[in-house]
Ligand binder design. Structure first.
Ligand code: NAD
Ligand code: TYD
Length: 334
């Protein structure tokens, strides 16, 4: 049994995971089911599209027919597909509920029908909410703050209920903020890198003293591989790198790496409901045999180098964003 269904594989972490699996496992077969929302990008997988072990299927996890076809003959499912940006969820939460909750329901139903052997659901540390000090353990209660994190909490609880009720072999990971190649330039690190390359200012929300634990995406891929193959079904695993940084310090590190001055920092109105700090206790996944290989500065250097080399990749996205903005302004005004 070698065929895996990856959902949301044209996004940031999913495409990194597909690259990781194809490089590591000569026998693996991957079906990538992705709706190609604004965040899905086949350019992320251009180098593997003719690999006979890889198949792309355009489809939606909310659509039972799409899911049934893509899941056929797969032994495992890894669900990355989601709406993922907190700021977008504040402006328009409906699609988050649709994809991050109902989409998970559709996947679980089909996985149950097809007797899938491993169902790895990718959740987030944001389901715990903010923590002023210390770190959340997997047994702590969930207290999500945004429509994004609340939808993710709903999705993972639903997945877990399929383990309890139907013995679907569900595994859940809750990881901290990822960064690295192929991350859509709306999230902090790629937005700031690409703005700085263009000599544009970078918008720091509020006082910039929020803390995130930054996990380099290659380390995330290793953690997911381990949980997929060695994790205990029904269990939840926190994944975090212990790379806690204030947003201001991330911003200053990027300015330094790109040789820019602090005049490019703009302080803007804070995000409503902005979580101050995320932190997870990773004892459980470490006991399974994982630890991150990248500290923050090593990961950040690799990431900046990648965005410097792949201007073609992010300029195409920013061009599309600009065209969309112009179209909206033309039809609906500013
Ligand atoms: P992303 O936004 O880069 O990619 C999401 C992908 O899902 C896109 O390719 C998109 O086209 C696809 N998609 C969206 N709706 C879909 C639908 N209805 N049907 C099929 N495909 C659909 O996201 P990411 O940053 O790669 O995150 C992947 C997963 O990891 C998400 O579940 C996210 O909640 C979780 N996560 C992300 C982070 C992070 O820092 N990026 C941290 C923890 C957890
Ligand atoms: P983000 O990358 O959106 O991830 P998340 O909200 O899921 O943690 O944001 C990371 C942090 O950076 C968060 O505290 C919000 C902040 N931020 C800014 O200050 N400016 C920005 O333009 C963005 C996108 C985020």
């Amino acid at each position: 049994m070698t065929r895996l269904l990856i959902t949301g594989g044209a996004g940031f972490i999913g495409s990194n995971f597909i690259h990781y699996l194809l490089a590591k496992y000569p026998q693996v077969e991957i079906v990538n089911l992705d709706a190609l929302t604004y965040a899905g990008n086949l350019a992320n997988l251009a180098d593997v599209e003719s690999d006979p072990r890889y198949t792309f299927v355009k489809g939606d996890i909310r659509n039972p027919d799409d899911v049934a076809k893509a899941m056929a003959d797969c032994y495992a499912v890894v669900n990355f597909a989601a709406e993922t940006h907190v700021d977008r969820s504040i402006h328009e939460g409906g699609v988050f509920v649709e994809t991050d909750v109902r989409g998970v329901f559709v996947l679980c139903e089909e996985a149950r029908r097809q007797k899938i052997a491993r169902f790895l659901h990718i959740s987030t540390d944001e389901v715990y909410g903010s923590i002023p000090k210390g770190a959340f353990r997997e047994t702590d209660p969930l207290a999500p703050s945004s429509p994004y994190s609340a939808s993710k909490a709903g999705g993972e609880l639903l997945a877990r209920s399929y383990f309890v009720t139907y013995n679907l072999p569900v595994l859940v990971t809750r990881s901290s903020n990822n960064f690295g190649p192929f991350q859509y330039p709306e999230k902090l690190i790629p937005l700031f890198i690409t703005n700085l390359i263009e000599n544009k200012s970078v918008p720091v929300y509020g006082d910039g003293k929020q803390v995130r634990d930054w996990l380099f995406v290659e380390d995330q891929c290793e953690a997911l591989d381990l949980v997929l193959h060695k994790g205990e079904v029904g269990q939840i695993y926190n994944v975090g790198a212990g790379n806690e940084e204030f947003n201001m310090d991330v911003t200053r590190a990027l300015l330094k790496l790109l040789g820019k001055g602090e005049d490019l920092i703009t302080y803007v109105t804070d995000r409503p409901g902005h979580d101050r700090r995320y932190a997870v206790d990773t004892t459980k996944i470490q006991a399974l045999g994982w630890k991150p290989r990248h500290n923050f500065s090593a990961g950040l250097k690799k990431t900046v180098d990648w965005y410097v080399q792949r201007e073609d990749w992010w300029r195409a996205i920013k061009q599309k964003q600009a065209e969309y903005k112009a179209w909206i302004e033309k039809h609906y005004g500013k």
